[in-house]
Design a protein around this ligand. Structure first.
Ligand code: PLP
Length: 390
């Protein structure tokens, strides 16, 4: 029976489409023998010492809420980590907030800074939550096309060309999902110039900061004048293989963190306590595990990219995260047709590039955070598929 109310759900929610990734994965449910290059998460369990720290804390009965901002010890450790890694100083009392993953941090950041009608500039393609969070916060996403020919980098002049008197912020995420693009310091500095000239905030999602291959990650807040202008978001999900723990953080000015904390305290209260204990252990002693996993992702990355290229699919060499983003234009299929047919005919799951914005059309996202054996089998199946569809 339908609910007899006018306009049951809000216009804001109706403007947002369900995630193209999730929608696609409903198709997989019930199919046997699928190799998934789909979901963007590590195939590792969290390192044992991290799980053990959380188990021990549960055994001791550490099951209460923490402070809204997160465990003081975790915030202090995070502050030291950011100082050691980037030489950035954030006051653990007022400039850091522990969140339920970068997902919550993105929601809080957009809600804390956007007023109705504000515009937020972001690259296309982009992570699926970026435009949705902006719309749900009452803002308008403004897209800057990026292309394989320019390594999916965001061009500062293209950003500047889209600034209007309604522009409030630029929302970026490097290393990037879905392209694996990494932007060097010089090109990010040009974007920082645009932000400074037009007095914009930059929301910088750096969840893949640790997953780079042969290049250095530039933390946006380290660029001249950017510490106060940046809402720096980081997490534990990807680098430490901790997706299910749901823990991340935001670092920014006192003003922005206070605004984000206000929303967080009414909607979340505090990130899960055992997950914060696990995150503390990850920061204290997780480096070796991260380095081992990164070395492994790099081996898989090389096999995946060389494999896709040998199939005749043109593919930008990703420098970060754990995604390859090959062009499938040579097949004449749309991204969605390609992904659906590949799943039905050969039981390989990839994500249509169109799920990440209109510039993702003509591409598919292949996550290589899976075993080498599975990557090789997926490539063999794709070879058969391409022989039929060229
Ligand atoms: N940002 C990007 C670019 C991502 O790819 C993801 C997850 O796929 C997230 C944020 C959300 O991560 P978390 O698990 O920390 O919520």
């Amino acid at each position: 029976m339908s609910i007899r109310t006018k306009n049951t759900t809000s216009q804001r929610v109706s403007q947002v489409a369900p995630s193209g990734i999730r929608k696609f994965f409903d198709l997989i449910a019930g199919l046997e023998g699928v190799i998934s290059l789909g979901v963007g998460e590590p195939d590792y369990a969290s390192p044992w010492h991290i799980r053990e720290a959380a188990i021990y804390s549960l055994e001791k009965g550490n099951t209460m809420y923490t402070s809204n901002s997160g465990m003081p010890e975790l915030r202090r450790e995070l502050s030291a980590y950011l100082k050691n890694t980037y030489n950035l100083e954030y006051d653990p009392e007022t400039e850091l907030l522990i969140t339920v993953g970068v997902s919550e941090a993105l929601d809080l950041a957009t809600r804390a800074v956007i007023d109705p009608g504000d515009e937020v500039i972001m690259p296309d393609p982009h992570y699926v939550a970026y435009d949705s969070c902006v719309i749900l916060a009452g803002g308008t996403p403004v897209f800057v096309p990026t292309a394989q020919e320019s390594n999916f980098e965001l061009n500062a002049a293209d950003v500047a060309a889209r600034v209007t008197d309604k522009t409030k912020a630029i929302l970026i995420g490097y290393p990037a999902n879905p392209t694996g693009a990494v932007m060097g310091r010089g090109k990010l500095a040009a974007i920082a110039d645009v932000a400074r000239r037009h007095r914009l905030l930059v929301i910088s999602d750096e969840i893949y900061a640790r997953l780079v291959y042969g290049v250095e990650h530039t933390c946006f807040a380290t660029l001249p004048g950017m510490r106060e202008r940046t809402v720096f978001l980081g997490g534990f999900s990807k680098a430490y293989a901790m997706t299910g723990w749901r823990v991340g953080y935001a670092a920014s000015s006192r003003e922005v963190i206070a605004a984000m904390t206000k929303i967080h305290q009414y909607t979340i209260m505090s990130a899960p306590t055992m997950s914060q204990v696990a995150a503390l252990e990850a920061l204290k002693s997780g480096d070796d595990s991260v380095n081992e996993m990164v070395a492994d992702y790099n081996r898989r990355r090389l096999v995946m990219v060389a494999g896709l290229q040998s199939l005749g699919l043109s593919c930008y060499e990703p420098r970060g995260a754990f995604y390859a983003f090959p062009s499938i234009r040579s097949t004449g299929l749309t991204s969605e047709e390609f992904a659906e047919k590949l799943l039905v005919e050969e039981k390989v799951a990839v994500v249509p590039g169109s799920a990440f914005g209109s510039c993702g059309e003509g591409y598919v996202r292949c996550c290589y955070a899976t075993s080498l054996a599975e990557i090789e089998e997926a490539l063999a199946r794709m070879k058969r598929f391409l022989e039929r569809h060229r």
